[in-house]
Design a protein around this ligand. Structure first.
Ligand code: FCB
Length: 486
C-alpha cells in the first residue's frame, strides 16, 4: 500500500503523473574539458586542467581530457542523440583556450567554427543552445600570470566574453558567465583538489572576488554584444547547508559555511555587498583590500535568471572539530576549502549514496529552491545541473540499465515540481550529464551520463535513464516513483 496525501491507495493504481508547465525547458548539460578532447587541435592551447591532469598524482588513474569522449569529432552524433531523446535545450561550455588561445588577443576562427557548427546543428534540430563561458578551463598562460587571484584575469575574462558574444550571439540567446565559481576559487586555490591545485586560503578569497568581478564585467560585455532579448546569467552550486542539531554552535557552523559557499557570491552579485559575517569570519586572513571602489557596483549586474546546480545537501556541526566523520564531498585534501571555518565538521547526511559517496536527498533541492524564492523573489531560477553517478555497466544484451539514476532523477524532479507549486519560479532543468565524461579529479571512474560512453571505442549507448528522461522531456509529465518508463 502507498500512502498519498492522507489516502490509502491500492498499489496497483500507479500514482498520478506530475504535470510541468508547458513552457518548462528540458535539457542536458556538459562542459568542454570534460567531453571535447582534441586538446591540441586547431590552435587550442593548454588550460589549467591540461596542466593539472598531466601532473602525476593529481587525477585518478592519471586520466586527462586529451581525448575524453571525442565530442570535438562526434558532435553531430551527440546532437542526434539529444534530438532522438526529445530534449529541448543543451547547456555546453565554450573552451576559452580554443577561442582565445593564451587568454589574450584576437579570437581563432577554427575554434569559433566548431561552436558555429555545433550550434547550427542544435538549432536545426530545435534544441536551444545555452552557452557557459567558463567551466574551469582557464588558459594556462593566465594562470602563469597569477590566475584568478589577480585582478587582471577579470579583465581578460570580460574581453573573451565580448569576443564570444560577437561571434556566436546570432545563434546563442542564453548565456552563462561562470560555472560554480566556488569550485574555481576554493577547490582550485585553497584545497587544491582542482586545477590549478594551489593551497593558499588568501589566494582563494582573492580568486572569489576576481571571479565575481569577472562575472560583472562579462555580463556587461555580453549585453554590449548581444541582441536585447538575450538571457544572461551565472551558475552557482548553492550549497544547501543544514546544521546537525538545534545547538547554537551547529547553527553558527551552518551560517559560516553558508557565507563561504553561497553568500560570498550571491551577496555581491545579487545584493551589491559582501556579507558582514563573511568579512568578520575571514578577518584574520585578509582585510579584503583587494575589493576596490566601484567593484561592487560593477559586479551587481541585473540577471535574467539564476542557474542553480544541486547534487546533495551539506550537513555540518560546530564546537570541537571532529575528524572521524565524512568529508565535505569535495575530495580529499589536507588543506581545507573553507578559509576561516576551521572548527566546522562535515557529516554524511542520512540515506543512500551515489557512486560519489554523496547522499541522495531531494528535500535539499526543494528547500534550496524555496529559500531562493524567499531571498530573491524577482529572480527566475533554472536548474543548470542535477544528476548522479552510479557504477553503470553494459549487460550481455548490450544495454545499460540504471534504475538508481531513474529513481534519483524522479525524486529530484518531483522536488522541483513541489517547489514550483510552493511558488518558486523555476523555468527549466538540465540533467547532468548528457554523456559519461571526465569527472575532474576522479577522471573517468565516475559515470554521470544518461548516455554510456565506451571509452576505448567512443561508442555511445543511451542508458535506460536516457529513454526515461526523454519521455519526461517530450511530454512534460513526470511519472510516479515506481512506474517503469525505461
Ligand atoms: C559539478 C560540475 C560538473 C560536474 C558535476 C558532477 O560541480 O559543474 O562539471 O563535475 O559537478
Amino acid at each position: 500500500m502507498v500512502i498519498a496525501a492522507g489516502h490509502v491507495v491500492p498499489q496497483a493504481e500507479a500514482p498520478a503523473a506530475l504535470t510541468f508547465p508547458p513552457s518548462f525547458i528540458w535539457g542536458t548539460a556538459t562542459a568542454a574539458y570534460q567531453i571535447e578532447g582534441a586538446a591540441a587541435l586547431d590552435g587550442r592551447t593548454p588550460s589549467i586542467w591540461d596542466t593539472y591532469s598531466r601532473t602525476p598524482g593529481r587525477v585518478r588513474n592519471g586520466d586527462t581530457g586529451d581525448v575524453a569522449t571525442d565530442h570535438y569529432h562526434r558532435w553531430r552524433e551527440d546532437v542526434a542523440i539529444m534530438a532522438d531523446l526529445g530534449v529541448g535545450a543543451y547547456r555546453f561550455s565554450l573552451a576559452w583556450p580554443r577561442i582565445q588561445p593564451t587568454g589574450r588577443g584576437p579570437s581563432v576562427q577554427k575554434g569559433l567554427d566548431f561552436y558555429r557548427r555545433l550550434t547550427d546543428e542544435l538549432l536545426d534540430k530545435n534544441i536551444q543552445p545555452v552557452a557557459t563561458l567558463y567551466h574551469w578551463d582557464l588558459p594556462q598562460e593566465l594562470e602563469d600570470a597569477g590566475g584568478w587571484p589577480e585582478r587582471a584575469t577579470a579583465e581578460r575574462f570580460a574581453e573573451y566574453a565580448g569576443l564570444a558574444a560577437e561571434a556566436l550571439g546570432d545563434r546563442v540567446r542564453t548565456w552563462i558567465t561562470l560555472n560554480e565559481p566556488w569550485c574555481s576559487a576554493f577547490l582550485g586555490y585553497a584545497s587544491g583538489v582542482h586545477a590549478p591545485g594551489r593551497t593558499d586560503p588568501v589566494a582563494a578569497l582573492r580568486a572569489a572576488h576576481h571571479l565575481n568581478l569577472g562575472h560583472g564585467k562579462a555580463v556587461q560585455a555580453l549585453r554590449a554584444n548581444l541582441p536585447a532579448d538575450a538571457q544572461v546569467s551565472v551558475t552557482l552550486n548553492i550549497h544547501h547547508v543544514r546544521p546537525r542539531s538545534g545547538a547554537e554552535e551547529d547553527a553558527d557552523a551552518a551560517s559560516r559555511i553558508d557565507a563561504l559557499a553561497n553568500r560570498v557570491f550571491t551577496g555581491p552579485m545579487l545584493q551589491g555587498a559582501y556579507p558582514e559575517d563573511l568579512l568578520r569570519d575571514t578577518a584574520s586572513l585578509t582585510d579584503w583590500s583587494f575589493v576596490k571602489d566601484g567593484d561592487l557596483r560593477e559586479i551587481a549586474q541585473p540577471l535574467d535568471f539564476l542557474g542553480v546546480n544541486y547534487y546533495t545537501p551539506t550537513l555540518v556541526s560546530g564546537g570541537a572539530a571532529e575528524t572521524s566523520h565524512g568529508s565535505d564531498g569535495h575530495g580529499n585534501s589536507a588543506h581545507s576549502p573553507w578559509p576561516g571555518a576551521d572548527g566546522v565538521s562535515f557529516h554524511l547526511p542520512p540515506g543512500s549514496t551515489t557512486a560519489m559517496g554523496w547522499a541522495v536527498d531531494p528535500t535539499g533541492l526543494y528547500d534550496l529552491l524555496v529559500r531562493l524564492k524567499d531571498d530573491f523573489p524577482q529572480l527566475p531560477l533554472v536548474i543548470t545541473e542535477n544528476g548522479a553517478a552510479f557504477d553503470d555497466y553494459v549487460n550481455p544484451e548490450g544495454e545499460v540499465n540504471d534504475p538508481d539514476r531513474i529513481a534519483y532523477l524522479q525524486g529530484h524532479l518531483a522536488a522541483v515540481h513541489r517547489a514550483i507549486q510552493a511558488g518558486a519560479d523555476v523555468r527549466g532543468y538540465f540533467l547532468w550529464s548528457l554523456l559519461d565524461n571526465f569527472e575532474w579529479g576522479y577522471g573517468y571512474s565516475k559515470r554521470f551520463g544518461a548516455v554510456y560512453v565506451d571509452y576505448p571505442t567512443g561508442k555511445r549507448i543511451p542508458k535506460a535513464s536516457a529513454r526515461w528522461y526523454g519521455g519526461v522531456a517530450r511530454t512534460g509529465l513526470l511519472p510516479g516513483p515506481d512506474s517503469d518508463q525505461g
